[in-house]
Design a protein around this ligand. Structure first.
Ligand code: FE2
Ligand code: FE2
Ligand code: FE2
Ligand code: FE2
Length: 442
């Protein structure tokens, strides 16, 4: 069923303000909620955060007060949406349990986007970060199991495996190696533009969450330190993904694409939501976004004399985004690309870096002494305490050197001699990768 938000009749924005009762929803039930409902709540909270900060930055760079007033109208509603959605998380759900859902979302959202992506540059970026968030899920799960005695596999509904990915210690790269070439304005498909917008907002939400909660984690110092370390990787991920965005888009073109992305996501959430009361919230939000989109369309015409079709084509939404398990996809990416890293604008096997590459300089700055790298230490502690690490696997790891339950692998993807020679999806270290190699698919 196709849906074009430009063909819907928009409700006036002043009619969409909510009172305090409506702003505070009944939260989902921690015991019975579907794991992907929790992921959708995090995704849309992050999308609204991006809407908020994009609008604020737009306003700070705009000298036309009439335009700034229009932005303020829309922004107030985005703020209400964020408030309403974020309180769907129940009080009893701890910071760390919520974190497990953050990393599950990162894994399964990245997979879904990579599978529907056609730009190999974007696929490489997605697959690179996928294995890293996958590893974060494993590290936080060991923390949760050790400190709360909770089995994280229950929280993720066994939809997602919990086992080592690219070890987090190997993910700390030199900052200059986190910039990809931007997607091309005319050449990029609508799906690619949406994918880049969606994943940037989602990873940014994760980065912000860890920035805010590291010091609120009350159980232990090791927990706070893990949030610090993994938060630094999310910083890398946001740099990577936002570098893909088209920097030539004007503020108003970007506003239109933001509102269109919100329409796409709320429509997708509405069509896939299994909780009826939360589904009604997605419906309400879609109605609000249609109003925003029509306002953005009018502003684009008024100030730049551009039609919305120049940004998003005729406007019918692509196939909906449905969160679902991607166990085989993750296994295949792990098997074929775990030893990859980023060099300048390309994804390359670690073995292609020279001995004096800045990757090693940065690694030696942040990762020494190795025993005190928090994401490594938590696995060591779990092994010491319980005899082995915590995992949830449907089969042994596709990488033999990640199979030990009693010794944490901190060499893969970091020490070339101890990393199997993988074939990178992208063979060149020169210029922007525009190679035509097929992506890893199910
Ligand atoms: Fe919104
Ligand atoms: Fe992550
Ligand atoms: Fe991430
Ligand atoms: Fe919006």
């Amino acid at each position: 069923m196709s849906f074009n938000p430009f063909l819907e009749k928009p409700v006036p924005i002043e009619e969409t303000f909510l009172n305090w009762n409506k702003l505070y929803p009944a939260p989902y039930c921690r015991e019975t909620v579907d794991p992907y409902t929790k992921c959708r709540v995090i995704l849309m909270n992050g999308t609204e955060f991006e809407a908020q900060w994009f609008s604020r930055n737009f306003s700070r760079h705009c000298s036309d007060n009439e335009l700034r007033r229009q932005l303020a109208m829309v922004r107030r509603v985005e703020q209400q949406q964020q408030k309403r959605i974020s309180c769907l998380k129940p009080k009893e759900e701890t910071i760390l349990e919520h974190t497990i859902s953050y990393e599950q979302l990162a894994v399964d959202l990245t997979c879904v986007l990579a599978k529907q992506e056609t730009d190999c540059n974007v696929i490489n970026a997605l697959n690179l970060a996928l294995l890293e968030d996958f590893d974060h899920l494993y590290r936080y799960s060991n923390l949760l199991h050790l400190e709360y005695g909770i089995y994280p596999e229950k929280l993720v509904g066994r939809y997602t495996e919990i086992t080592p990915g690219r070890p987090t210690i190997s993910e700390h790269r030199y900052p200059k190696d986190s910039i990809f070439p931007p997607i091309q304005n005319q050449g990029a498909s609508l799906q690619t533009k949406l994918n880049v917008n969606i994943i940037t907002a989602a990873e940014q939400q994760t980065m912000n969450y860890y920035m805010n909660v590291a010091n609120l984690y009350q159980v232990s110092d090791i927990g706070r330190r893990i949030y610090q370390e993994i938060g630094m990787i999310e910083e890398e991920h946001v740099s990577q993904y936002e570098s893909l965005m088209d920097p030539r888009a004007t503020w108003l073109e970007s506003l239109l694409l933001h509102e269109y992305t919100e329409c796409y996501l709320y429509y997708s959430c509405m069509m896939t939501e299994c909780d009826p009361s939360i589904r009604r919230i997605w419906e309400d939000c879609l109605t609000q976004e249609i109003s925003h989109l029509h306002m953005a369309k009018e502003l684009l015409w008024k100030y730049e004399q551009k039609e919305y079709q120049q940004v998003v084509g005729e406007g019918t939404l692509p196939e909906i985004l449905a969160l679902r398990p991607n166990i085989q996809y993750v296994r295949k990416v792990l098997e074929t690309t775990a030893g990859n890293t980023q060099k300048k604008e390309c994804v390359v096997p670690i073995g292609t870096l020279g001995k004096d590459d800045p990757f090693y300089l940065y690694q030696s700055k942040v990762n020494l002494p190795q025993d005190s790298v928090p994401t490594h230490e938590i696995i060591d502690r779990h092994i010491r305490c319980c005899g082995c690490d915590y995992r949830y696997e449907t089969a042994p790891s596709p990488i033999p050197s990640l199979r030990s339950r009693t010794c944490d692998n901190i060499a893969l993807g970091r020490i070339a001699e101890q990393t199997p020679a993988f074939t990178s999806a992208c063979g060149t270290t020169e210029n922007a990768c525009r190679c035509n190699l097929t992506a890893v698919r199910d």
